[in-house]
Design a protein around this ligand. Structure first.
Ligand code: APR
Length: 249
């Protein structure tokens, strides 16, 4: 379905739209006030990842895990998309854009992006703890009911859990993400340290010779192809430079 959607957009208005795939990470939402995962005051410096982002951690102390995501969900509704999110969304006026994000926030969608693949799940959704990918049990939470507690059950009778891909779990949308790398005209990477696979491996699916742009104030944990352009800025300023000095040239 996703391929059909992308190809449909290619021909709207009778002209061929160039295709751009954008891989984003926590740095994309930093200017909105959401935490990074690594370095400085990263989330994983304050919460042991094995306790709050693994199936074993959930089995050992589900209440702690539910509370961790309840807190992040409440925080999410108190922040807004930043100019970087809005500039990413604005690319859809001229390009067929797929956003592949590692972020579980909904800021790309709230900024107007319409084709977003959440590789690591979605904070605003909850699911079955028996079968997390059973679509009949996936539910989207909305204010003011943002919290799930022990005893809140999914449609299959199991305890509700966050719709998040934890470490050690399969990444079911990775095939969609790889499909979004086929035949693209540009690949943009924004705000990810490229530390976590398989997401970071998308870099290797960029067709040979396709322009690659990295927007990140720091170096990342990957050797970029020699043709890659590293815009050493934050997401908002970096997107401005990308659009005005590269894409629209
Ligand atoms: N604009 C753009 N990039 C930024 C900004 C900014 N304002 N501020 C920081 N960055 C960059 C950092 O330099 C770093 O490269 O964002 C990146 C954040 O890296 P991480 O904290 O490792 O986050 P991320 O790469 O998204 O982590 C990937 O790890 O724990 C898992 O599931 C979690 O999805 C997450 C995955």
């Amino acid at each position: 379905m996703r391929e059909v959607y992308a190809s449909l957009k290619l021909f709207i208005g009778g002209n061929i739209m160039k295709r751009i795939t954008i891989l984003t990470g926590a740095g994309m939402s930093a200017e909105s006030g959401l935490s990074l995962f690594r370095g400085g005051n990263g989330l994983w410096n304050n919460y042991p990842v094995e306790q709050v982002a693994t199936p074993e951690g959930f089995a050992a102390n589900p209440s702690l895990v539910l509370e961790f995501y309840n807190k992040r969900r409440t925080e999410l509704l108190q922040v807004e998309p930043n100019d970087g999110h809005r500039l990413v969304a604005s690319l859809e006026e001229k390009y067929a854009v797929t956003v592949v994000t590692q972020n579980v926030d909904n800021l790309h969608e709230r900024a107007g992006s319409t084709n977003v693949i959440h590789l690591h799940g979605e904070l605003m959704k909850v699911c079955s703890s028996r079968n997390p990918n059973d679509p009949r049990c996936v539910r989207t939470l909305s204010s003011p009911d943002l919290e799930i507690k022990m005893g809140d059950l999914a449609a299959d009778g199991s305890q509700l859990r966050p719709f998040i891909v934890w470490f050690g779990e399969a990444v079911p949308l990775m095939e969609d993400a790889i499909a979004a790398m086929q035949g693209i005209d540009a690949f943009v990477i924004i705000g990810t340290s490229l530390n976590v696979y398989p997401a970071a491996g998308l870099l290797h699916y960029a067709p040979a010779g396709v322009p690659i742009y990295l927007i990140d104030p720091n170096d990342v944990n990957a050797t970029l192809p020699s043709n890659a352009i590293h815009i050493r800025k934050g997401a908002s300023e970096g997107m401005n430079i990308l659009i005005n000095e590269y894409l629209d040239k």
